[in-house]
Design a protein around this ligand. Sequence first.
Ligand code: AMP
Length: 218
Amino acid sequence: MKIILFGPPGVGKGTQAKLLVEEFHCAHISTGDLLRAAVKNKTSLGLKAKSFMDAGDLVPDDVVIGLIEEVLQPEESRKNFILDGFPRTLPQASALDGLFKKLNLALDCVISMEVNNDEVVRRLSQRLLCRGCGRIYTLDRVPEGDRICKSCGGEIYQRDDDKPDAVRRRLEVYQQQTKPLVEYYQKSGRLVTVDGMYEIGYVHKLILDQLYRNKTSA
Ligand code: AMP
């Protein structure tokens, strides 16, 4: 299985990707997670990416394309995977098509998760996460003085780019640079859409329905 999870910030791509990984035991390739790890470790990639990420802008195409090429290099990591947060621009989509061709891989489908802007702002302003394991929490469920992760004991924090100004910028960027990919993948018949306004378990079921439908029609 090789799928792309696509959608605006806050639609729940990361959460759904984790559920699909449990179900299908595939690799979860999240460019956001890879970039955050690079920033945390202060690698040269992280140093290049940080200011773009903090402002809610996209990291330059050549940087993220290079990152994906590297991640898909080992044969083991490209058997079954979910791409979460990549591609986000037309040049990235076209580079990915080229890479699939070069590596002789076939994309099964692109799942476009949809949600309205008010819900994006509501979800992201509530979102906290663990620095250690990435577990997601909501602000109203974590007492101010107790920001310790129940799974790994790591610190629970709010991403800089989940703060209001950066969220607004990320939504603009999504509309301008990422949304055109809907048409790109629609044209090639690889896009299925899922309503991301429902609760997590139901959205997961909708995604599975689409994946199985896709498989039987292939
Ligand atoms: P995410 O965790 O997917 O919301 O990504 C967080 C941030 O990482 C984004 O706002 C971008 O700054 C950067 N980023 C992640 N994936 C990409 C990508 N495919 N292209 C450019 N920037 C990206």
